[in-house]
Design a protein around this ligand. Structure first.
Ligand code: NAP
Length: 259
């Protein structure tokens, strides 16, 4: 299917690896020019070079921490106008409800709620003016079904979801859609570090951790960044103009819910 977005420009935050990279590659495959972002310069530049070699698109890089005001200023100085925005950053650390103080909540809200909100606020006016835009926020399955060991994520991402629900409906008549993609377990560095944490705290092998996790997913495996990227590219396509303010789970059926 032709997504109809050749020549558009996309900023994909947190995209040197993992789910963000999956989105960047899927958009590049559709002929979209990219600005990719991460904090680690070397890895970011290597990813940019890989994508340039594989697809005939322009790839700019902005190395910065997207969860800080300085980082977002650096992005804004590089790119004033966008067609597509994919927000993403690292997730908050795991733990239980009693582990966190006010500062931990503030950090999680800054990274996983306020950073995407501020980016949307920055780029929405120009998208609305040009009467076309696509915004996809990478959130988590924890928005639909809380994860006991990820309370900071449960809290911050649900706040973002509420903001998107209200905002998406205010900008839709200007040709701009905002939706959220909710990853379940995907095979990325983030999940490796969470699995390692389980291995350590429960004193079991990595194979045992993975086998148990896979058995909780009806598909029987972890998702891939390519599958995730393909869903993102569709939401950013011309065909997705009637999908507004939705929360789309990509979890292999793990969340056991009728709707
Ligand atoms: P990942 O493999 O660790 O990749 C994260 C990417 O974002 C890297 O490119 C990283 O590069 C960049 N990044 C992290 N923090 C950043 C920041 N503050 N500013 C700019 N770039 C930043 O993680 P992932 O698995 O793709 O996860 C992406 C998001 O989805 C996370 O919020 C995660 O919690 C959420 N999620 C993932 C899963 C899963 O199964 N993988 C499930 C549910 C939710 P640098 O470190 O160099 O900055």
């Amino acid at each position: 299917m032709d997504m109809g977005i050749v020549g558009k420009t996309a900023l994909i935050c947190g995209s040197s690896k993992g789910l963000g990279r999956g989105c960047a590659e899927a958009l590049a495959a559709e002929g979209v020019n990219l600005i990719i972002n991460a904090r680690t310069v070397l890895e970011l530049e290597e990813t940019a070079e890989d994508i340039r070699k594989a697809y005939a698109v322009e790839v700019k890089t902005v190395a910065c921490d997207v969860t800080t005001i300085d980082g977002r200023s650096k992005i804004l100085n590089t790119i004033k106008k966008l067609d597509i925005l994919v927000t993403n950053a690292g997730g908050p650390p795991p733990g239980k409800w009693h582990d966190w103080e006010r500062e931990d909540f503030l950090a999680a809200l800054e990274a996983n709620m306020l950073a995407p909100i501020m980016l949307m606020k920055t780029y929405l006016p120009s998208m609305m003016k040009q009467k076309w835009g696509r915004i996809v926020n990478i959130t988590s399955q924890s928005v639909k079904a809380p994860l006991a060991n990820l309370g900071l994520s449960n809290a911050a991402r649900t706040g973002l979801t509420g903001y998107v629900a209200g905002t998406a409906r205010q900008v839709a008549s200007h040709g701009v859609t905002i939706n959220n993609l909710l990853p379940g377990v995907h095979d990325t560095d983030r999940i490796v570090s969470i699995d390692k944490n389980v291995m350590k705290t429960e004193g079991i092998s990595m194979d045992a951790v993975k086998a148990r996790r896979k058995s909780s997913i009806p598909v029987g495996r972890y998702g891939t960044r390519d599958e995730f990227g393909a869903a993102c590219a569709f939401l950013c396509s011309q065909h997705a103009g009637f999908i507004v303010g939705q929360n789309i789970l990509l979890d292999g059926g793990a969340v056991n819910a009728t709707i």
